[in-house]
Design a protein around this ligand. Structure first.
Ligand code: FEO
Length: 389
């Protein structure tokens, strides 16, 4: 395996994780990559490493360009182990190398690996000459962890922002103009929804700083490198970080004996009759990380569960817990619904989650004993339609 040239003297030397399907709960149906980058200058510099089990692949790619023993600097833009997992093994080979990271990066790496290294801590705005090139560091706390930072190669106008602008995609191709852009933008949206969504205000701060830079290439730590759709991905990040929603609906549910599903369909009809784009999502068949991709730009969030043993169904509880953690905010309208036999606690539990997410709840939760009849279903559709007028 070999390095892939971005520009003269600048190489991708990462690894491709074709089989990855679970990234801390996020369904990565297209796999992923861990992107490391090699800069050949007076000081040979490696930006980030790869997951621990991909070490050999990274070393093979580096070795196709230079002897890895010549590396002087290793920049750790982010502590999380998909990028630092090979750092210790690499520094054992390169005891003379300097590890450049943010102050929180040093703290995090020490806690992860319990090993002191030749550290160089950098601050926002700090520059480092590596020969003919100069690197500018920009701390981006919480995009994705407190330690996250970006490295900008000034003369070549390349931004290495680590997790930001990434996508979980494994592919032979390395650049956005070599793949179908709709797929990459959809995967970038899924990545934002499942990784970056809680940190919208921090993303906006980072975007304000990055907008001062001339950028000809964005080389993230996952997936495809942006060189032909830079304006589009930056515009998407502005939109997603603003939590902007469109006039559309999700009707998300699980069902035991199809009663909650009948209520879900009655609610869906209200949106369709009102010319509002809507989608039914049965949690038995949809992964919560895919639901989040839909949810980040959706205004109406309807969630239903029957009651099982005094509780929501576990699928609904898992979705609501996941959604609450990702903290979608602003201008969203919620509705809880479900059928029940005797206790009926699930509907109030769903309602509590929607309230905790800060959604407006203009309609009383819909609760139907056992099986809804035709009139009850019609009443549900009409009640929802009345709110949508
Ligand atoms: Fe790709 Fe936050 O790690």
């Amino acid at each position: 395996m070999k390095a892939v040239k971005l520009k003269e003297g600048i190489y991708w030397v990462g690894s491709i994780d074709w089989d990855l399907r679970n990234f801390h709960g996020y369904l990565t149906q297209r796999g992923s990559t861990y992107n490391a980058y090699l800069l050949i200058d007076e000081k040979i510099t490696l930006i980030d490493t790869v997951k621990h089990y991909c070490y050999d692949e990274m070393m093979e790619r580096i070795s196709s360009v230079i002897d890895p023993l010549k590396i002087n600097y290793v920049i750790s833009n982010h502590v999380e182990m998909d990028h630092s997992g090979s750092l210790i093994k690499l520094t054992e080979l390169l005891p003379q190398a300097t590890v450049i990271t943010s102050p929180n990066g040093k703290k995090g790496l020490l806690r992860h690996f319990k090993k002191d290294l030749n550290w160089k801590e950098v601050k926002s705005g700090e520059e480092l000459s590596i020969g003919r090139w100069n690197l500018l560091f920009q701390l981006m706390p919480m995009v994705h962890w407190p330690d996250s930072m970006a490295t900008y190669l000034k003369e070549e106008k390349i931004l290495f922002p680590n997790d930001a602008f990434g996508q979980h995609v494994s592919s032979y191709e390395r650049f956005d103009d070599e793949v179908i852009s709709e797929i990459i933008l959809e995967e970038a949206k899924k990545y934002y929804a499942n990784i970056v969504l809680p940190f919208g205000s921090q993303v906006q701060k980072a975007l304000a700083v990055l907008s001062q830079l001339e950028i000809e290439m964005i080389a993230p730590s996952h997936g495809i490198i942006w060189r032909s759709h830079i304006a589009e991905i930056l515009a998407k990040y502005v939109k997603w970080s603003n939590n902007e929603t469109a006039e559309k609906a999700l009707v998300i549910y699980d069902t035991m004996w199809e009663s909650t599903e009948k209520i879900a369909l009655a609610i869906y009809k209200a949106f369709e009759d009102s010319d509002i784009k809507a989608k039914m999502v049965n949690l038995q068949h949809s992964h919560i990380s895919d639901v989040m991709t839909e949810l980040i730009d959706t205004k109406y969030i309807c969630v239903g569960s029957p009651t099982l043993n005094n509780n929501m169904l576990p699928t609904v509880a898992a979705f609501l817990t996941y959604m609450k953690g990702l903290a979608p905010k602003q201008d969203r309208v919620g509705l809880a619904f479900g059928s029940y036999g005797w206790g009926g606690q699930s509907i109030a539990q769903v309602e509590d989650f929607l309230k905790e997410c800060g959604f407006a709840l203009p309609l009383e939760s819909i609760k139907v004993n056992y099986i809804p009849d035709e009139q009850e279903l019609l009443d549900i559709t009409n009640k929802v339609k009345a709110v949508l007028k």
